[in-house]
Design a protein around this ligand. Structure first.
Ligand SMILES: O=c1ccn([C@@H]2O[C@H](COP(=O)(O)O)[C@@H](O)[C@H]2O)c(=O)[nH]1
Length: 246
């Protein structure tokens, strides 16, 4: 079975390493049509599309499946950004639903604990699906939680523990905010080829694509900078070129 990591890596060799965060406010109508238009228009510059609660809550299962099938027709991988964090049984039922909706991977929160994370990865990989875990988020206040000093065997910061758990659980990738390039560098050095780094926070949140790519990020996750631009294709194309810089 071809893995999520392989599928993403294959398309990114051709299309670059930009994943569209297809987020829209509640004021926006026709979410399904708009998203399908985005896929059709922007797919040459993307390797994947990420759906968050912006679409997952208002849209029907039929609409989500149609979006995922359309993305797949254009070779894109699809990620459900629900920051999953629950007991094993709930994680299992949730991912079964996500896979039935056509998603290729889920973003999860490792605070669920190492054993639960290992189980989630095992069951997802059995279905050819991927798991990406939070390591250090992009918002400025993420410092307060993810940089927190903890004592688990030795003194370390929470994001260091989450990085170690990601490696131990053999997840496919970690989220490290584009607004923290030094932490990207640290994680990239420590993880080597064992983990892919996904960085949201480029543009609108202040992260710089060139800087994060040279710091070790593998995939840029970008939403509003593309979606709110007057010319989404040219912004996506520019980011695509920057993403090839690694
Ligand atoms: O640390 C994180 C984790 C997830 N996100 C999500 O990524 C996108 C970013 O959208 P932009 O419009 O490019 O800011 C969005 O879905 C977030 O919920 C994040 O920003 N930071």
């Amino acid at each position: 079975m071809v893995t999520f990591q392989t599928r993403l890596s294959q398309i990114s060799k051709i299309n670059g390493k930009v994943i569209l965060a297809n987020d829209y406010d509640r004021s926006v109508k026709n979410l399904e049509t708009k998203t399908i238009q985005n896929i059709k228009q922007l797919h040459p510059f993307l390797c994947g599309i990420k759906l968050n609660f912006h679409l997952l809550l208002p849209l029907s299962a039929k609409a989500i499946l149609k979006i995922n099938n359309t993305a797949h027709r254009y070779g894109l991988q699809t990620i459900a950004d629900i920051k999953l964090n629950d007991i094993g049984n709930t994680n299992r039922v949730t991912t079964e639903h996500l896979w039935n909706l056509g998603f290729d991977a889920v973003i999860a929160n490792p605070i669920m604990g190492l054993d639960s994370l290992k189980n989630l990865v095992k069951s997802s990989h059995k279905s050819g699906k991927g798991v990406i875990t939070l390591c250090h988020m992009s918002a400025p206040e993420a410092r307060l939680s993810y940089d927190m000093e903890i004592k688990m065997g030795r003194k370390q910061q929470l994001y260091q523990l989450f990085l170690n758990w990601a490696l131990a659980a053999k997840v496919d990738g970690i989220v490290v905010g584009a607004t923290f390039p030094k932490i990207i560098q640290y994680c990239s050095k420590k993880a080597g080829k064992n983990l892919k780094i996904f960085s949201p926070g480029v543009g609108t949140q202040g992260g710089n694509a060139n800087e994060v790519i040279s710091s070790g990020t593998d995939y840029l996750i970008v939403g509003r900078t593309i979606l709110n631009s007057k010319n989404p294709s040219s912004v996506a194309k520019e980011l695509q070129l920057q993403s090839f810089g690694k």
